[in-house]
Design a binder for this molecule. Structure first.
Ligand SMILES: [Zn+2]
Length: 341
C-alpha cells in the first residue's frame, strides 16, 4: 500500500501551545503522526511517498477564498497586534448566527471558528496546507489505478466546513480529496465513510445538498459528545442531496459487535449507491481508552472494520482523522491497514 506523508505537519506544533502565556493542553499533537509513522515503518507495511504540491485551487473547490485568506494570514496579523502571543484563539463566537461577517480581526476569528480547541500557531497554515496536499496526492495514486492509498494527514479535517474551523481541523482533507477525484474524472460519484468517533460535521455541511456524494457516518451520539449540534439521525441531506446523508449516532461504550452490525448497514447503503470511489475518514479514536473517545472497540474490532470496508472492492483513499491514545495508535493503524490489504 502507498502511504503519503510529510514531516511538515510538525509546523503545527500544538504540544507547546500557550494561551496568554500559560500552557494550553491540546490532544491533537505532532506525536500522533510520529507514532503512526514509526509503526508503519516498523511493520514495513507500505511505501512512503512525499506529497506533490497541487497549489491552492483544489482547496478552493471546497473552502471559500475569504476563509483561506483568513487562515493563511491571521497568525501574522494577530501577532503583529499582540506580539506577546504565540497562539491565536477566538474570543467571541458568532452564535445565533446572523450571517453578518464583520471586518475586525477579533470578529472574524469568532466568525470562522466553531470552538476553542483549535489554536492557530505560526506553522498551522503550512501544516494544514500540506495535510491537504497529502490527501490530494493519495487521490492521484488511486486515480492512477492504485486500489487503496493511505494519506497520513495531520492536522485532521472532518470538522472543518466551507468557511469554518474547529475540532482540531482547519481544511477538510476528505472533502478536498472528494472534489479532486470528481474534478479529475467528471461525473464521478463518491461515497465518504466516516468512522471517526466524532461526527464529521464539516464534511456533512459541505455535501449536504450534493447528489454526487454519499456521506455515511458512524459516531458518538451528539446529545452527549462533540460536535453536539450535528450528527443526529434525522439529518438526511437536503434538496438534491436528500437521503444521501446518513448518520448513525451510537451510545458510549459501543462494543465491537454492535459497531460491526451498524457498519454492515452503512456498507449496504454505499453498495446500493454504487459509487466510483470511496473516501474513508479514518478516526482511530473509536478504540477503547482513547482520551477523546468513548467506544469499547478493540484493535481486533478495527481489523474487522477494515476487512468489511475493503470488501466493497472500491478504489479507496484512506484519510487520517482523529485518534489520540498514543499508546494504541500504532497497533490500531497497523491492524487497519494490514486487514485492508
Ligand atoms: Zn474524532
Amino acid at each position: 500500500m502507498k502511504i503519503v506523508y510529510t514531516d511538515l505537519h510538525k509546523r503545527h506544533a500544538t504540544d507547546h501551545t500557550l494561551f496568554e502565556g500559560h500552557p494550553y493542553s491540546v490532544e491533537e499533537v505532532p506525536a500522533r503522526a510520529e507514532v503512526l509513522l514509526s509503526a508503519i515503518r516498523e511493520a514495513q507495511i507500505g511505501t512512503l511517498l512525499t506529497p506533490a504540491d497541487h497549489g491552492i485551487d483544489p482547496i478552493l473547490r471546497v473552502h471559500t477564498k475569504d476563509y483561506v485568506t483568513f487562515l493563511s494570514s491571521i497568525y501574522e496579523a494577530y501577532t503583529a497586534l499582540y506580539p506577546q502571543e504565540t497562539a491565536v484563539f477566538p474570543g467571541t463566537f458568532a452564535t445565533r448566527y446572523t450571517g453578518q461577517k464583520p471586518k475586525a480581526m477579533l470578529g472574524l476569528l469568532g466568525y470562522y471558528a466553531s470552538g476553542w480547541g483549535s489554536p492557530i500557531l505560526e506553522g498551522t497554515w503550512e501544516a494544514a496546507y500540506w495535510s491537504a496536499q497529502c490527501s490530494l496526492s493519495a487521490a492521484d495514486e488511486v486515480l492512477k489505478g492504485g486500489q487503496t492509498v493511505y494519506a497520513l494527514t495531520r492536522p485532521p479535517g472532518h470538522h472543518a466546513s466551507i468557511d469554518l474551523y474547529g475540532g482540531f481541523c482547519y481544511l477538510n482533507n476528505a472533502a478536498i480529496t472528494t472534489r479532486h477525484l470528481q474534478h479529475t474524472q467528471q461525473g464521478t460519484k463518491v461515497a465518504i465513510l466516516d468512522i471517526d468517533f466524532h461526527h464529521g460535521n464539516g464534511t456533512q455541511m459541505i455535501f449536504y445538498t450534493d447528489p454526487s456524494v454519499l456521506y455515511c457516518s458512524l459516531h458518538a451520539d451528539p446529545n452527549y459528545d462533540y460536535p453536539y449540534y450535528w450528527g443526529f439521525a434525522d439529518e438526511r441531506g437536503m434538496e438534491e442531496g436528500e437521503g444521501l446523508n446518513c448518520n448513525w449516532p451510537l451510545p458510549r461504550e459501543t462494543s465491537n459487535a454492535e459497531y460491526l452490525r451498524i457498519l454492515d448497514e452503512a456498507l449496504k447503503g454505499i453498495h446500493a449507491y454504487d459509487p466510483h470511489f470511496l473516501v474513508v475518514s479514518l478516526g482511530i479514536d473509536i478504540l477503547e481508552d482513547d482520551p477523546v473517545g468513548g467506544f469499547l472497540l478493540s484493535v481486533e474490532g478495527l481489523r474487522e472494520i477494515a476487512k468489511q470496508v475493503a470488501g466493497l472492492g472500491l478504489p479507496t483513499v484512506l484519510v487520517q482523522e482523529g485518534g489520540y491514545c498514543l499508546d494504541r495508535l500504532g497497533d490500531g493503524i497497523i491492524a487497519f491497514l494490514d486487514a485492508f490489504m
